[in-house]
Design a protein around this ligand. Structure first.
Ligand SMILES: Cc1ncc(COP(=O)(O)O)c(C=O)c1O
Length: 411
């Protein structure tokens, strides 16, 4: 496959960590699917909030608290707008894992029982597997799986087949795979799930950082993602939900902040989104995520997508030229995001990662929190290079040079 377009995006100077030199070598960070680096504006937003605006949000009328609340709620508004969502149904969580657990506990425990099915796929991250396993174990519902096909995609025919049982109550699937890079046709999948009378949850953890995401077009009942992969801070994630469903759900956690009234015999709940935000949240991190999305908006998500598509095409082309390297996932860059998992004949992925680290190149080796997918692929682990808007072709060149050296060591 030829890399025909060359994106000129080079924003490395905005990311202070990328100026680091480790053991005399320029840092080549190719693990952005695990966690992304933060631009100066995000670090400055966290610093500014903590230095000058920190106070309890929502509860006080003095000026400092009003400033904190305005910044936090202003960030929520911009985060919702970034994906075409409504701030009222945009719930702050700690991360995507907590967002999915929120649904499993607060919706799942009240709506599932024996005979019902939760449908997931073989390409899910553990955070979109384990909460459903726990839920099914407790409620007597059955967990069923869509296979990953040979080309690293999902089969819509198999989805229809599963839905035709009439027993599926919830289907939960990933928007962009963190291992294969596959971009799933989530709007089409959600439409089929809805036609079968079930609800759909989409894990957008890898999608929001790299694609234009339009929640209205996808129309999922729940859409979960995580801030630290979208150039934002750790400790902040987001769950978008459909208003009627969120209104009907029990709260997830009880405590301060999520109540309207508390009496000795019972309590009543705050309105959305606060009903699902018990306790003091990660306020500075919410503000920091707002700054991260402002930064991505200024770049333009079409530009970000084009840039990462270009990097993926370039990486696939250069890796294909190496002997003994097998790349996993869809062949076409139109169907995949900025993640390239690969295997090298005769080398364990951990050895690959360790050896190229000596050249300053950071890639992830392991099961990537997707053990069922590893079983499907017939491997214990893969090496994975993943990209972000700050990645450049020279990083891919550094990866390939380092891999050649590593292969020479093993030859
Ligand atoms: C597809 C996918 N879903 C969920 C997660 C979990 O994210 P977090 O650990 O921030 O909850 C990840 C993280 O790697 C991911 O790649």
């Amino acid at each position: 496959m030829a890399a025909t377009t060359t994106s000129s995006l080079d924003i490395r100077d905005d990311f202070p960590i990328l100026a680091r030199v480790i053991d005399g070598r320029r840092l080549v960070y190719l693990d952005s699917a695990a966690t992304s680096q933060k631009p100066d504006v995000v670090i400055a937003a966290l610093d500014d909030f903590n230095r000058f605006h920190n106070a309890p949000v929502h509860r006080s009328v003095y000026t400092l608290a009003e400033e904190a609340t305005e910044r936090f709620e202003g960030a929520r508004d911009r985060i919702a707008a970034f994906v075409g969502g409504d701030p009222r149904t945009t719930i702050f969580t700690r991360n995507a894992t907590e967002a999915i657990n929120l649904v499993a506990y607060a919706w799942g425990r009240g709506n599932l029982g024996p005979g019902d099915v939760v449908l997931i796929t073989e390409m899910e991250h553990h955070s979109n597997i384990v909460p459903w396993q726990m839920l099914c174990e407790e409620t007597g519902a059955e967990l069923r799986w869509l296979d990953v096909t040979e080309d690293g995609t999902l089969s819509l025919d198999q989805l229809d087949e599963e839905l035709s049982s009439g027993r599926v109550k919830l289907a939960a699937f990933v928007h962009v795979s963190n291992v294969l890079g596959t971009i799933n046709p989530v709007a089409e999948m959600v439409a089929r799930v809805h036609a079968a009378g079930a609800l759909a949850l989409v894990d957008g953890s890898q999608a929001v950082p790299q694609l234009p995401v339009d929640l209205a077009a996808i129309d999922a009942d729940f859409y979960a993602w995580t801030g630290h992969k979208a150039l934002g801070p750790t400790g902040i994630g987001v769950l978008h939900g459909r208003a009627e469903i969120l209104e009907a759900m029990r709260p997830f956690l009880g405590g301060g902040h999520m109540i309207k009234t508390v009496r000795r015999d019972r309590s009543t709940w705050a309105g959305l989104p606060h009903k699902f935000e018990a306790g003091t949240g990660n306020v500075a991190e919410g503000v920091g995520l707002g700054a991260a999305l402002d930064y991505l908006s200024a770049l333009g998500m079409d530009t970000v997508r084009a840039h990462e598509r270009d990097l993926s095409a370039y990486a696939l082309e250069r890796l294909a030229a190496l002997d003994g390297v097998t790349v996993m996932g869809p062949a076409s860059v139109e169907d995949r995001g900025g993640v390239v998992s690969f295997a090298i004949d005769g080398m364990h992925p951990h050895d690959v990662s360790e050896l190229i680290n000596r050249e300053g190149v950071c890639v992830r080796a392991g099961h990537h929190c997707a053990q069922p997918l590893m079983q499907r692929l017939g491997v214990a682990a893969t090496a994975r290079a993943s990209f972000a808007p700050y990645t450049v072709r020279a990083d891919v060149d550094a990866l390939v040079d380092a891999l050649e050296k590593a292969q020479a060591v093993f030859a």
